[in-house]
Design a protein around this ligand. Structure first.
Ligand code: NAD
Ligand code: MG
Length: 385
């Protein structure tokens, strides 16, 4: 039986690479549902190629053109709107849901998929940043497996295979350092989104590329690792590793360290989340350790304030990471539009953390309210700076 996969965000960087994995294993996997936010033409082209049972376009303005475009394919059902995303993941035929959409919008459909007991292949880290405790509690309650797609977390997960319950002493979370690794504070004052979008080792969507440049992405990954592997943040160490070859490592109580290495290629962690516990063939480059040295440095949290703030948020707990995520979505978009400077991003997030009401024990409704409030506050601060 082929595994039926729903890809939330099939037109993005992770989504298209997941479709490449599926096309390499047509005997094992089938795209059952594909979804996108606005790129309806690409979604239609994907539907022609992969013949899913359904497609969903989240932005309703593009429903009609999409329906017209797929008029000659009556077997492909077309839906629109965010509610449709929540419903599609519950389809009885679906085995796995790849959460490859970007941002807070991933939270609600992920909750629905967890409750419907679909294997979650989790790329959308914002879901765990916003509501990690809730997601983990639901996953336990519904016996739903969550497999990491983020390359670092996949590396940690791969390092833990066979370790059944052996205590983790420390997680070594690697980080490319981003395009501004060697920049001085003065140089950081004037960098633009175009500079940030030139990521040295990974080719990713725009939002995560900016988060990688500010190191907020690494901060989010610390939070993601805490929830996925049950390790407190003070035992998660970030190492700047510009070559992006060691994808992360785990140190055990006997001092032994296990890591996963490879060329930077997101298709491996995507495929591993699909095929676990098996490994399948994957084409592409192979690692040549003769070619480059492996270097590791401590991150500069004074220069890259966002990383420090993510640690602060997870140490504080409650809805604080949700506040940071919402403020970050606002400043990240602002930086891309050129209305917020690189260094102002950290300052605005910090002020938002101070202004939004803290709740130490949030439920889903509190997360929804916190997200809305933090966006409003961050937007106000950004407009008035
Ligand atoms: P992307 O911008 O390339 O693609 C995002 C996808 O989500 C698109 O298909 C888009 O149509 C859809 N989408 C965006 N907003 C939406 C909304 N409001 N409702 C419904 N659909 C929406 O992003 P990406 O780089 O593929 O990243 C996707 C997720 O995976 C992010 O959470 C990111 O942090 C995570 N991730 C990405 C990489 C990578 O290499 N790109 C690595 C690790 C983790
Ligand atoms: Mg990552």
């Amino acid at each position: 039986m082929k595994q039926q996969i729903c890809i939330l965000g099939s037109t993005g960087s992770i989504g298209t690479q997941a479709l490449d994995v599926i096309s390499q294993h047509p005997d094992l996997y089938e795209a059952y549902a594909l979804t996108a936010n606005r790129r309806w033409k690409e979604l239609a082209a994907q539907a022609r190629r992969f013949h899913p049972a359904a497609v969903v376009i989240a932005d309703e303005t593009f429903y009609e053109p999409l329906v017209k475009e797929l008029a000659d394919m009556p077997d492909v059902k077309v839906y629109c709107g965010s509610k449709a995303l929540e419903e599609i993941v519950e389809s009885p035929s679906i085995d796995m849901v790849l959460t490859a959409m970007v941002g807070y919008a991933g939270l609600a459909p992920t909750i629905h998929a967890v409750k419907a007991k679909k294997r979650i292949c989790l790329a959308n880290k914002e879901t765990l940043v916003v509501a990690g405790e809730l997601i983990l509690q639901l996953a336990q309650q519904y016996h739903t497996p969550i497999l990491p797609v983020d390359s670092e977390h996949s590396a940690i997960f791969q390092s833990l295979v066979g370790e059944d319950g052996n205590e983790i002493e420390k997680i070594l979370l690697t980080c490319s350092g981003g395009p501004f690794r060697r920049f001085t504070h003065d140089q950081l004052k004037t960098v633009t989104a175009a500079d940030a979008l030139k990521h040295p080792t990974w080719d990713m969507g725009a939002k995560i590329t900016i988060d990688s440049a500010s190191l907020m992405n690494k901060g989010f990954e610390v939070i993601e690792a805490k929830w996925l592997f049950g390790v407190p943040a003070d035992r998660i160490q970030v190492l700047v590793h510009p070559q992006s070859i060691v994808h992360s490592a785990v140190q055990f109580r006997d001092g032994g360290v296990k890591a996963q290495l490879g060329v930077p290629d997101m298709r491996l962690p995507i495929q591993y989340a699909f095929s676990f516990p098996k490994r399948l063939h994957l084409d592409g480059d192979r690692l040549d350790l003769f070619r480059q040295p492996l270097e590791f440095f401590e991150p500069d949290v004074e220069k890259f304030k966002c990383l420090a703030m993510a640690y602060e948020a997870i140490n504080k707990g409650g809805n604080m990471p949700c506040i940071v995520n919402a403020a970050n979505e606002i400043v990240n978009a602002g930086f891309r539009r050129g209305v917020c400077s690189f260094l102002a991003m950290g300052d605005i997030i910090e002020q938002t953390m101070q202004q939004v009401a803290f709740d130490s024990n949030p439920d889903y409704e509190v997360y929804v309210q916190t997200d809305a409030e933090a966006r409003r506050v961050a937007q106000d601060i950004m407009n008035n700076q």
